[in-house]
Design a protein around this ligand. Structure first.
Ligand SMILES: Cc1cc2nc3c(=O)[nH]c(=O)nc-3n(C[C@H](O)[C@H](O)[C@H](O)COP(=O)(O)O)c2cc1C
Length: 218
């Protein structure tokens, strides 16, 4: 049955051609599979960059060793939107509180500027930086100064907040102001460690007094 064989051969050739075409398509880089004129794929997100926010020009940046300032920063971020960024030192502080107290004192005495982990945020995106830290020996931890001195705050408004064990803001706002000559530094918010997680009302009141819009659902 020659007709059958030639039909079968033609079918086999067609199948082989289809398979070859499919294999060729599979070997193409993903970008060339896009229809022409389609926008290029978005770059992979940078894990160290601030979280994607609402693009309202506000950055909540904070350092926290034992979690209290982090809790307050998250409350503030929920209230204002925008981006949130954790300032982290490359070298972690001791988990033991007393040891951390000693290291913090030594760093302050040396006016150390510990290196920070991860990428800095793109400060050009922000008009207002809400800057949080624990009080360490009357001052922000030295890594907060590393952050402040390695970013351009000129023309920005900085609203400082802290958590503390009893000393309030202490001299931290004046110290920060001296390192932020081009910025407008607003009066700060101080919350005791034990109240940080339940300080939403105080935080919202302070934000409103600072002229920072609070979201209705924040
Ligand atoms: C190194 C170090 C120094 C501290 N110095 C002070 C201080 O001078 N005044 C104060 O009220 N609390 C002081 N504390 C307590 C912290 O400010 C307080 O526990 C804060 O809420 C910790 O924030 P965090 O949990 O975000 O790290 C100190 C704590 C540490 C670890």
């Amino acid at each position: 049955m020659p007709e059958f064989r030639s039909v079968a051969r033609a079918a086999a050739r067609a199948q082989a051609l289809a398979l070859a075409a499919a294999a060729l398509l599979l070997c193409q880089p993903a970008a060339s599979a896009q229809p022409s004129g389609a926008p290029p794929a978005a770059p992979a997100p940078d894990a160290a960059a601030p979280s994607p926010g609402t693009g309202n020009g506000i950055l909540v940046a904070y350092f926290s060793h034992e979690g209290h300032t982090k809790a307050l920063a998250e409350i503030i971020h929920a209230a204002v939107g925008g981006d949130i960024y954790e300032i982290r030192t490359e070298k972690a502080y001791p988990a033991d509180h007393d040891q951390a107290v000693t290291v913090g004192k030594e760093e302050q005495a040396a006016q150390a500027r510990p290196s920070l982990a991860g990428n800095m945020p793109d400060m050009s995106k922000y008009r207002t930086v809400i800057l949080g830290y624990p009080i360490w020996w009357g001052d922000p931890p030295m890594g907060v100064y590393t952050f402040v001195e390695n970013n351009d705050f000129s023309g920005k408004t900085v609203a400082p907040f802290c958590t503390h064990g009893g000393s309030g803001l202490s001299r931290s706002v004046e110290s920060l102001q001296s390192k932020l000559p081009g910025a407008k530094v607003l009066p700060g918010l101080a919350v005791r460690s034990g109240s940080a997680a339940s300080s939403g009302d105080d935080a919202r009141e302070w934000l409103q007094e600072s002229g920072i819009a609070v979201r209705a659902d924040g």
